[in-house]
Design a protein around this ligand. Structure first.
Ligand code: IFM
Length: 450
């Protein structure tokens, strides 16, 4: 048996827009994803989160299902627009009540809630003011966060500010594949700064008005980056890609500065006039944990082709097996990331806030889903996690992405990440083979060796 530490937390994760549905109920306001989904060609088949997994109505049975699978903790996000449909007006009690009911239900079932404040569904009203490129949004975010700290702080102890701010700013404002869909790298730089500033302000507010025994952190999506070969050029490309995706966010929140080499490189795009004196101090707030979303690695060489060509970086495939997202599978990348945190960023406790895989699941004639490929993916990543813990990494828990199949953003419903299958016609939930396997892992607090 590969045994995990006795206080290790086993969880699953989801996010509001991806599962809730009920987008027009109980006073919820419009979010940027509601708007983005309506734009022609942005989301596969013009799909959207209007119904999704109908979790808004089915949350009680979803919680019971989690309970039946031994899940100890549930990471979910709050839809900002349910709480503040209009940012300048008073909060919407009905929206808050939904999350109160959800949290109560979790606690009744002995599942500890982990609440993320921003999993991408920014109010459209704030987007109309410039979204994350407008510094004022950092104040709106702090107000929204503080309200939830006060209203839910007695029952929720684990809090996350943003999920993957890199995706929000880069994919939303530069590559344009996510809401709001802009394509200007300068906007990404500005938006990323404001996201981190909002994070810092919210953490500070948490210390002032949040629960005394609560914990708060941020979730970053880290792609460990490796040079394609031993040349200086490839090593340089790896440094840049790592700076762009990883250090640009890790360094400000955990060290209080932007990476110097990236500031130098980005001078060609901006004069950084949006960074005000004292901002980095505001961003650099002591956190209780770091959340890591890990899926894959990046392998790069110098070049001008592809998405990162404008930075002189060309990402290449290495021939490793891939998931249904086309993401290369490399559990060692998770191990390397966990040890890198320890080496470069101190001994901060880490939660793996997302890890999992999309596969082209087939429903068998008997109704079961034999997702052996996903089970192996999870098993191999858990083994990498355990090895990292043995080698000194401070990992406190693991949240499998995702509890159930859901709306996978621009890919609509075509990519299934769940350990529970969702029939979107009937909303029937069916645990897949991975779910039963994970249940046993939790019961054993470890992985049985063959
Ligand atoms: O579905 C997403 C999630 O919203 C954020 N992290 C990556 C997942 C898989 O793409």
């Amino acid at each position: 048996m590969i045994q995990f530490p006795k206080d290790f937390v086993w969880g699953t994760a989801t996010s509001s827009y991806q599962i809730e549905g009920a987008t027009k109920e109980d006073g919820r306001g419009e979010s940027i994803w509601d708007r983005f989904c309506k734009l022609p060609g942005k989301v596969r088949n013009g799909e959207n989160g209007d119904v999704a997994c109908n979790h808004y109505h089915l949350y009680e049975s979803d919680v019971k299902l989690m309970k039946s699978l031994n899940i100890q903790s549930y990471r979910f996000s709050v839809a900002w627009t349910r709480i503040f449909p209009k940012c300048t007006e008073k909060p919407n009690q009905k929206g808050l009540d939904f999350y109160k009911r959800l949290v109560d239900c979790l606690l009744e079932n002995k599942i500890s809630p982990f609440l993320t404040l921003n999993h991408w569904d920014l109010p459209q009203e704030l987007q109309d003011k410039g979204g994350w490129t407008n510094r004022d949004v950092t104040d709106y975010f702090t107000e929204y966060a503080s309200y939830l700290f006060q209203e839910l702080g007695d029952v929720v102890h684990k809090w996350g500010t943003h999920n993957e701010p890199m995706v929000v700013s880069y994919k939303g404002y530069s590559s344009g594949v996510s809401a709001p869909g802009y394509t200007d790298f300068r906007l990404h730089l500005k938006a990323s700064h404001h996201l981190m500033l909002a994070h810092g302000k919210a953490v500070k507010a948490f210390r002032e008005v949040g629960p005394e025994n609560g914990e708060i952190g941020i979730t970053l999506n880290i792609d460990p980056t490796y040079p394609a070969d031993n040349t200086i050029e490839s090593e340089n490309a790896a440094r840049i890609k790592d700076g762009f995706q990883n250090r640009w966010f890790l360094d400000p929140v955990l060290k209080g500065y932007y990476p110097k080499d990236m500031l130098e490189l980005y001078k060609q795009f901006t004069d950084f006039d949006y960074i005000e004196e004292g901002d980095l101090t505001k961003i650099f707030q002591p956190m209780d944990f770091l959340g890591l979303n890990y899926y894959s690695i990046a392998t790069v060489k110098q070049g001008t082709a592809g998405e990162f060509g404008f930075l002189g970086v060309e990402q290449v495939k290495t021939g490793r097996p891939e998931t249904f997202m086309g993401w290369e599978i490399e559990p060692k990348g998770l191990y390397d990331t966990l040890l890198r945190f320890k080496q470069d960023y101190g001994d901060i406790p880490v939660y793996i806030t997302e890890n999992g895989a999309a596969y082209d699941d087939k429903v068998e004639e008997d109704g079961s889903i034999q997702d052996e490929d996903r089970r192996i993916y999870v098993e191999d990543h858990l083994k990498a996690t355990k090895k990292a813990i043995d080698d000194g990494a401070n990992v406190k828990g693991y949240y499998l992405w995702s509890l159930m199949d859901n709306f996978e953003w621009r890919y609509g419903y075509s990519k299934r990440f769940g350990i529970v299958h969702v029939d979107y016609e009937t909303q029937k939930r069916t645990p897949k083979k991975t779910a039963y396997w994970y249940k046993q892992v939790i019961e054993d607090n470890g992985i049985k060796e063959e």
